[in-house]
Design a binder for this molecule. Sequence first.
Ligand code: BMA
Length: 747
Amino acid sequence: MRISAYIFLSLAVLSCSSPPNKELVYDSSWEFKKAGTEKFSPASVPGVVHTDLLANGAIEDPYRDNNELALQWIENENWEYTSTWEVGNDLLRNDHIELHFEGLDTYAVVLLNEKSILEANNMFREWRVDVKDILVEGSNRISIQFTSPINKNKELVENHPYQLPSGNETVDLKVSPFTRKAAYQFGWDWGPRFVSMGIWRPINICTWNEARILDLAVSTKSIRNETALLEVEVLIESDISGEHILELDGVQHKIDLNSGTNTFQFDITIHQPRLWWPNGYGVATLHQMDARLLIDGNPIDQKAQKYGIRTIELINEPDSIGTSFFFKINNQPIFVKGANYIPQDIFPSRVTSTSYRNLIAKVVEANMNMLRLWGGGIYEDNLFYELCDENGILVWQDFMFAGSMYPKEEAFRNNIQQEVEDNIRRLRSHPALALWCGNNEIDVAWHNWGWQQQFGYSAQDSTELWQNYLQIFHEDLPNLVKGLTPNLPYVTTSPLSNWGKAENFNHSSMHYWGVWHGREPLENFNHNVPRFMAEYGFQSFPGLEILSNYIDSSQLHLESEVINNRQKSYIGNEMITRISEEHFGPSDSFEDYVLKSQQTQTLAMETAIKAHRLGKPHCMGTLFWQLNDCWPGPSWSVLQYDSSPKLAYETVKKWYQPVVAIPKREGTSVLFTVVSDRPEPILVKLIVDLLDDMGEAFSTAEVFFEIGPNEIIEAYRIDIAGAGYNVQLVAGEEAIFTDSGDFASLQ
Ligand code: BMA
């Protein structure tokens, strides 16, 4: 049995002869079968039906050619997983033996020795069941019966008084608003539809006696005068009562335990703390808090929690322009540079730790300091947040709601609340966590996308739907956030301001989709600069190397059925074709088309990022759509399915550097503006070479100046002469930025 978080007492000086508290991964082997059939086949946990069918050779690769279409039958079947658990007397000596399910996808009845122990109905929740009374010495059988979300919700959807809008779901029977499951798996405009089922996250066996530490959370309340005030919350589950001791980093605190669940809060002062900073602003220092529970003087449980010391504020308030939207970390305003992240696979259980590491390494290398975890995906694996903590990558965490309205039934609401609580508890100590956001685009959709007409809602339906929206995103979620993470900001939705009107660019966060969904030219990025750009982007095709791994060469052309099915945006290839022809001319082959799509995306990203950085401090952040892919197909990503970069990646990396010199054409001259995101003043030398037709420098100018923290300086204006320029920024002896270009192509 593999040992994961091994809560283990080396001292093990226990009163009576109770074994120590432990947490082990359940790793007995599993089998699965289609419900109603006889034959079981080997299964992997974590995993899902599709990946198990694939591993058994029962289906072809879902990503190959048009297998997506051929494999839709899987979502309509029910499935069963089973495992035999050999239990020894040692285990049975514990007072509590708990199965901890980190994630079941989605409708699952769990039976232990033929007895129902759990009915799960939410992919995002964790489930804990004490099975001590059911277990026997020797063989125990666990069986998990998964009901297809389609079968489960068919009647509910058909009998619902009105249709609920449903993200990008492409089929007629739209169950996703009724199903607490990753929305993108029902189909999205950059990914396939695969409605998975299975044990998608590990199962653990937790044993404990007398009492245990169930949760340990650390957050920073304030940092003043070189002193940090931390808030530590400890959740203890106990069979006993009375005065006992909780040790935090070796310091003993008396606690009054009651039988049941106990929550204790402590304020801890740290002098001259080493702070946690985002990438580009300092070191992302991590600390560890060690908690130990002593019952009658004997240590019976311990838990460690990594944390960072930092404060976070979202300044989202009226100002002289309109409404600000920026982050302050440790009181320092941060210019956010990053991207929107989607799950790395349609089957997230098969994403390896290497993929997580590679991806975050690419994020750091590209000078990013924030990722937005978009609400149509999943609350990510712990490793994702750990890597963000270590690398200073702030996390904007959407709750998992996107592009839909939801049923108003009490049971559904309770289910959501439990999901939100589980995930806040799991994630709240990560210093990377910067913002909770209620949902993706539901507010703008309700007010601008014409759902009322599209779905024929009566005035009463509309009132009911909107009231329910307010209940979830303006009441329930913020109340939970306030109670469980009072030191983190919350916004109800992203964006807070819609891109339709010019005035809206003065207010809060925005998703600017004029380019692409509004079919506007790339140049429009230049004058559509909001206070915080939370989404914008341009599609391109993945490179032929990766496409040809999955698609037969006979299908590698624009009109083929396979390529057609890969393009999931309702706009199709229209924008790529039109805009790439405008800038790079017609393409003469599919390969050339792919290349030009990437060149066009590169130009789009460069234009937008330059405009956002020049827009500081009006604009205080830029998160492009989208960082990565969940399969090999055309999308707005800059990293492909295998994490390899598209052309636009290098451009993002270049224009996200902390200090850049941005050229702008003004009639017959060019103005170089230097933008610094550095937290301290620096002395820089700007060197501009003018180049002739052959690329030879015929004149050089140098300007020295100091640039302050977060400052923008119009550093040098030059009359156009020759064909192009080289520009360099030097700090001390080090070249910190270089760029070159033609005057003819400058905007
Ligand atoms: C944004 C996102 C996604 C979508 C993307 C591209 O609005 O929130 O829903 O995939 O646009 O259309």
